[in-house]
Design a protein around this ligand. Structure first.
Ligand SMILES: [Zn+2]
Ligand SMILES: [Zn+2]
Length: 146
């Protein structure tokens, strides 16, 4: 397994010789040195626990909700989905009334490239609530869409 090149760090390599945590800190122009746990921001705490799968998914290996979603405390102490924190960190805030849809269908994935922003309504239609509208058909007996 290829490892991070920062001395003393043995996290798995992500890109440019760095692990996910250090890659992210470099991108933000922050120092590599982590003096204390208190210095870690929400994004650091998430990236520390991310493993990268071959298909590019960033799987959060920390605590998940009973439904398998990664739920963590943000820098203001509010509980948020980890992938939302990562997405907003890289791509900016998700507009009001919009939700993030996992294109890779892995709930623990935090790779911002694996998401699309959808309105709440689109998410329900597309989502796992059962019917895909395009595939519905009229029941010849009752005349209702099923
Ligand atoms: Zn590292
Ligand atoms: Zn993914």
């Amino acid at each position: 397994m290829k490892k991070c090149s920062v001395p003393g760090c043995d996290r798995k390599h992500l890109a440019k010789g760095l692990c996910a945590l250090h890659y992210d800190r470099k991108r933000d122009g922050r120092s590599f040195e982590i003096k204390s746990r208190y210095e870690l921001t929400a994004i650091d705490r998430i990236m520390e626990k991310v493993i990268i799968l071959q298909n590019g998914c960033w799987i959060y290996t920390g605590k998940l909700t009973s439904k398998g979603y990664p739920h963590v405390r943000d820098d203001k102490g509010k509980m948020k989905f980890a992938y939302r924190i990562v997405f907003e960190h890289h791509k900016g805030p998700v507009p009001d009334g919009f939700e993030l849809d996992h294109l890779c269908k892995r709930r623990a994935c935090c790779n911002p490239e694996h998401f699309e922003t959808l309105s709440h309504r689109e998410n329900i239609i597309r989502g796992n609530s059962g019917h895909d509208w395009k595939n519905r058909f009229r029941d010849p007996i009752s005349g209702r869409f099923i």
